[in-house]
Design a protein around this ligand. Structure first.
Ligand code: ATP
Length: 306
């Protein structure tokens, strides 16, 4: 029997997230800049006896919050891949989580992407036969980015990607929250706030200043250009996040932003040493459960050797 395949996959932060009006299908048109950061989940798959089916186990950060059965996105990804490739799906899947769950870092999408890469390698599925990015987009809007990693502009629901020219490495501090946030609830809150104000959402676009900061590898400029249309809605649902952002700003972060639909907050540091200082100081903030230092951009889902 073939040995296990182990895949490592990063979480993401959104350096910009512009949300357009709600579409007829319930989704919103987005323009976002995804940025993969070095907080990694690991998905391992091991062939099992014929007829034994698909079994998923989960351990690590927030494992108790997510399904280990068919509700797990890694399970759905492998079942779909086997179906498209016309293969039986008898594997044991082990998901080791470090990306916080329901925290705006696309951990579920990351695990789906990792499972696709692992399954394609184990079953020798050729890219000509099954396009993993298209299959990924069916599983979730953030899955194509988790396959690719790096820094990329996402449009549509976020699944249409264009790589971004970016120089150097950026140093981040991620403040993990004591609470979770549901992505649909945050979008619904944004719609509610916009309606209450009579705001007409404009077509989403990314500011030139952000793209220029990435091209220049200029952390100071990038810090000033971070933006997220979902931040106001996330803060409306979790007002304590305002104190978290304020704490990072007071401690000298170059920029701060709620990641995706939150509640994780991302702080940009000058360099690795500054990130360590910032992380150490932020641990004193009562609203923060824990902090992580991370760098970006990093590659997407990749096989790792034992
Ligand atoms: P989104 O990807 O919608 O932005 P998020 O990044 O905030 O969401 P995720 O960690 O992806 O949050 O979790 C979203 C939901 O997906 C969770 O509520 C969880 O129940 C479900 N889920 C299913 N499989 C997984 C998985 N392998 N890891 C994390 N969450 C999963």
């Amino acid at each position: 029997m073939s040995p296990a395949v182990r895949v490592r996959v990063p979480g993401k932060v959104n350096l910009a997230l512009a949300v357009g009006p709600r579409r007829a299908d319930g989704y919103h048109d987005l323009a976002t800049v995804f940025h993969a950061v070095s907080l990694f989940d690991e998905v391992s798959i091991t062939p099992a006896e014929p007829g034994s089916g698909l079994r998923v186990s989960v351990e690590g950060e927030g494992a108790d919050l997510i399904a280990s059965g068919p509700g797990n996105l890694a399970h759905r990804a492998l079942a779909m891949l086997a179906d498209r490739a016309g293969l039986p799906c008898d594997v044991d899947v082990a998901v080791r989580k470090a990306i916080p769950v329901a925290a705006g870092m696309a951990g579920g999408s990351a695990d789906a992407a990792a499972a696709l890469v692992a399954g394609a390698a184990l079953w020798r599925v050729r890219a000509d036969d099954v396009d993993l990015a298209s299959l990924g987009a069916e599983l979730g809007s953030d899955v194509p980015f988790a396959l690719r990693g790096g820094t990329a502009v996402g449009t549509g629901r976020g699944e249409r990607l264009t790589p971004v020219l970016s120089r150097g490495t950026f140093h981040w501090v991620l403040a993990l929250s004591r609470t979770t946030l549901s992505t649909p609830a945050v979008y619904a809150e944004l719609d509610r706030l916009r309606e209450a104000r009579g705001d007409a959402a404009t077509p989403p676009a990314i500011a030139d200043a952000l793209m220029q900061a990435l091209r220049d590898g200029d952390a100071h400029a990038l810090g000033g250009a971070l933006s997220n249309d979902l931040q106001e809605a996330a803060l409306s649902l979790r007002p304590e996040l305002a104190r978290v952002l304020e704490a990072g700003n007071d401690l000298g972060a170059l920029g701060s932003v709620v990641s995706g639909s939150g509640p994780t907050c991302a702080f940009l540091a000058r360099d690795g040493e500054h990130a360590l200082d910032l992380a150490a100081s932020l641990t004193a903030t009562p609203e923060i459960r824990s902090v992580r230092c991370a760098t970006g951009p990093v590659p997407g889902a990749r096989i790792i050797a034992d």
